[in-house]
Design a protein around this ligand. Structure first.
Ligand code: GLC
Ligand code: CA
Length: 554
C-alpha cells in the first residue's frame, strides 16, 4: 500500500454554525473558527473539514448553495476566509471544503434561469420531467419527506429534488454543468484549499429511465436508480483528470448507499477517482421500514461484523474513513457508548480507542473530543433541522406513528443532537455566544465543556490528544495490517495490527458488564500505549471492566 499524508492525518469536522460565534448574533462564524485554531492545534489534528460556508438561504444549513464563490453573510466574508486559510496553514493545519454539487439552492442563478422557460439556456442544468396522468413523473420519495418531484407552474413541468424542494438536483449529464463545477473547484484550489469532502457524490448520475421505486413507507425508493448510477465513475474520472490530479490534495466522497464493490471503484488505489469514501453501514445498523426513525438500539455484534468487513475487504485495495459521528448523526457516545454520567467518560474514550487504532483516516466531529452527548429535546419547537421537522409532520399526520413515539425517535436519531453549540466553558450559552444561540445549548454544558477538560489531565480531550500523538509516533497505527480477534464475542471488540516485526493489540469492552478474555501469548511482556482505566496487568486471563479499553504494543 502506498504512503500518503492523508492516510497519516487525523481530520476534525467543523459545523460552522454551531462552533463559535464571534459577534453575538447567535450564529457561529469564520472569525470564531480562527479564534479556536490554537485549541485544534493543541488537540493535534492535521486537517479541518469545513461544512459548507457558502452563500445560502439555509433551508438545509448551507447544504443548499446559492453562490459557490461567496461566503454566507452570517459567517463573514471572503477576507475572513482567506485569513482562516492562512492562519490554519501557519499552524500546519490543512483545510478541506465541503463540495455540494449534487444539487444547488433553488435560489442559485442557474435555477432561477432554468425554471423561466423550456428554451432557457440553463433549462438543461436541472432535471425536468412532464407529469404522468396529472401526477408526479414517478413515485420517488424525497430523502427529506414528501415526493422527490416539485411541480413548477411556469412551464407546467416537475423538477427532481432528492433532498428538500429548495435543493433541485443538477443534471450531471450536461457537460456544461460539469465544466462549470470543475471551474469552480479550480478556483478554490487556486486559493490554496487542500481538498474536498464531496456531498452525496454517489447520487450524481441518475438512471435515465426514471422508473418507479419499490414502496418503502409512503413513497417509492429512489436509491437503486440514483445511487452509483450509470455514469458516476466516468464523471469522477473526468473530474480527477481535469481537476483533482493537478493538485496535491485529498478527497473523500460521501457515498450514500455504498457497497464494498462500489467503494473499491470510488476509492481503489489505482482507480484515479477519490482517495476515500464514507460508508454508512455501521451507522445505519438498526434502521427499519421508516429508515432511521426507530427507537431500536444498535446491535453490537452486527456493528462489529460490519466494521471488520470494511477493514478486511478494503485492506491493500482502498482506504477507509473512520467515523462514528458527524453533523447528520446523533452523538457517538449516546449512540454507541453510554452517556449516563457513570459511564460517559470511560465509554467515550473506549469508542475513540476502537476507532483510532483501526486502519483508515480517523474523523473527529466537533465536541466528540469532549464526549458531548445527545441533547434529547422533548418539544418539536426546539428542533431546527428540516429533516426532523418534515418527517415528524409526515409520519404523524399520516397516522403511521404517534407523536409520542416519533418524539422518541427524534431524541435518539435527530441530526440536531449533533448540532447544538460547541461547549467551550461553563458560562451562560456554554461560551459559544454572547447572544442567544440559534439552537438551544445542551443543558449539560456546566459539567461537559472544553475549559474544564483542558485543566484535567485525565479528560476525554487529553485522551484524544494522546491517541492522535501516538499515530504520529507509530507507523503501525497507520499502515499495520488489521486482523480481528474473538469475532463472535458479544461484548469485546479486539483486533491486532502488524507491520514488519511490530504488533499492536487493541481491546475494547463495548458493554456495561464485566467481560472475560485471555491476552494472546504473543503479547506477553508488551507495553501498554494507552488505557482508559487504571489496569496494570496485561497478561493471561483478565476481566475487563465496563467499557474498558487498552492498546498493547510489542
Ligand atoms: C449530505 C449532508 C447533509 C445534507 C445532505 C443534502 O448528506 O451531509 O447534511 O442535508 O447531504 O445536501
Ligand atoms: Ca456570528
Amino acid at each position: 500500500m502506498k504512503n500518503a499524508w492523508w492516510k497519516e492525518a487525523v481530520i476534525y469536522q467543523i459545523y460552522p454554525r454551531s462552533f463559535c460565534d464571534s459577534n453575538g448574533d447567535g450564529i457561529g462564524d469564520i472569525e470564531g473558527i480562527i479564534s479556536k485554531l490554537d485549541y485544534l492545534k493543541r488537540l493535534g489534528i492535521d486537517i479541518i473539514w469545513l461544512s459548507p460556508i457558502y452563500e445560502s438561504p439555509n433551508d438545509d444549513n448551507g447544504y443548499d448553495i446559492s453562490d459557490y464563490q461567496n461566503i454566507m453573510r452570517e459567517f463573514g466574508n471572503m477576507k475572513d476566509f482567506d485569513q482562516l486559510l492562512e492562519q490554519a496553514h501557519i499552524r500546519n493545519i490543512r483545510i478541506i471544503m465541503d463540495l455540494v454539487v449534487n444539487h444547488t439552492s433553488d435560489e442559485h442563478p442557474w435555477f432561477i434561469e432554468s425554471r423561466k422557460s423550456k428554451e432557457n439556456p440553463y433549462r438543461d442544468f436541472y432535471i425536468w420531467k412532464e407529469g404522468k396522468d396529472g401526477r408526479e413523473p414517478n413515485n420517488w420519495g424525497s430523502w427529506f419527506g414528501g415526493s422527490a418531484w416539485e411541480y413548477d407552474d411556469a412551464t407546467d413541468m416537475y423538477y427532481l429534488h432528492i433532498f428538500s424542494k429548495k435543493q433541485p438536483d443538477l443534471n450531471w449529464d450536461n457537460d456544461k454543468v460539469r465544466q462549470k463545477i470543475y471551474e469552480m473547484m479550480r478556483w478554490w484550489l487556486e486559493k490554496g484549499v487542500d481538498g474536498f469532502r464531496m456531498d452525496v457524490i454517489s447520487l450524481i448520475s441518475k438512471n435515465p429511465a426514471f422508473p418507479d421505486g419499490e414502496i418503502h413507507g409512503l413513497y417509492g425508493d429512489l436509491a437503486p436508480y440514483c445511487a452509483h448510477g450509470p455514469h458516476v465513475h466516468e464523471y469522477l474520472k473526468e473530474m480527477n483528470r481535469e481537476v483533482l490530479s493537478q493538485y496535491d490534495i485529498m478527497t473523500v466522497g460521501e457515498t450514500s448507499c455504498v457497497t464494498l464493490e462500489e467503494a473499491k471503484k470510488y476509492a481503489g488505489e489505482d482507480r484515479q477517482e477519490l482517495n476515500m469514501v464514507f460508508q454508512f453501514e455501521h451507522v445505519d445498523n438498526g434502521s427499519g421500514d421508516y429508515g432511521k426513525w426507530t427507537t431500536e438500539k444498535y446491535d453490537f455484534k452486527e456493528f462489529k461484523r460490519i466494521m471488520i468487513k470494511w477493514q478486511e475487504e478494503l485492506q491493500g485495495k482502498a482506504w477507509n474513513s473512520l467515523f462514528l459521528g458527524n453533523h447528520d448523526q446523533p452523538r457517538s457516545v449516546s449512540r454507541f457508548g453510554n452517556d449516563n454520567p457513570a459511564y460517559r467518560e470511560t465509554s467515550a474514550k473506549m469508542l475513540a480507542t476502537c476507532l483510532h487504532m483501526m486502519q483508515g483516516t480517523p474523523y473527529v466531529y466537533q465536541g466528540e473530543e469532549l464526549g458531548m452527548t445527545n441533547v434529547y429535546f422533548d418539544k418539536l419547537e426546539d428542533y431546527r433541522d428540516i429533516e426532523s421537522i418534515n418527517f415528524f409532520t409526515e409520519l404523524t399526520e399520516s397516522g403511521l406513528m404517534t407523536p409520542e413515539y416519533m418524539m422518541k425517535c427524534l431524541m435518539l436519531r435527530s441530526r440536531d443532537n449533533a448540532r447544538t453549540p460547541m461547549q467551550w466553558d461553563d458560562s451562560e450559552q456554554a461560551g459559544f455566544t454572547d447572544g442567544e444561540s440559534w439552537i438551544k445549548v445542551n443543558p449539560n454544558y456546566k459539567e461537559i465543556n472544553a475549559a474544564q477538560q483542558l485543566k484535567d489531565p485525565n479528560s476525554i480531550f487529553h485522551y484524544y490528544q494522546k491517541l492522535i500523538s501516538l499515530r504520529k509516533e507509530k507507523d503501525i497505527i497507520v499502515y499495520g495490517e488489521f486482523e480481528p480477534l474473538y469475532r463472535d464475542d458479544e461484548q469485546i471488540f479486539a483486533y491486532t495490527r502488524k507491520l514488519d516485526q511490530e504488533k499492536l493489540l487493541t481491546v475494547c469492552n463495548f458493554s456495561e458488564r464485566n467481560a472475560e478474555m485471555e491476552i494472546p501469548e504473543e503479547f506477553k511482556g508488551a507495553e501498554c500505549l494507552i488505557t482508559n482505566l487504571d489496569r496494570t496487568v496485561f497478561e493471561g486471563k483478565i476481566v475487563l471492566k465496563p467499557y474498558e479499553a487498552f492498546v498493547l504494543y510489542k
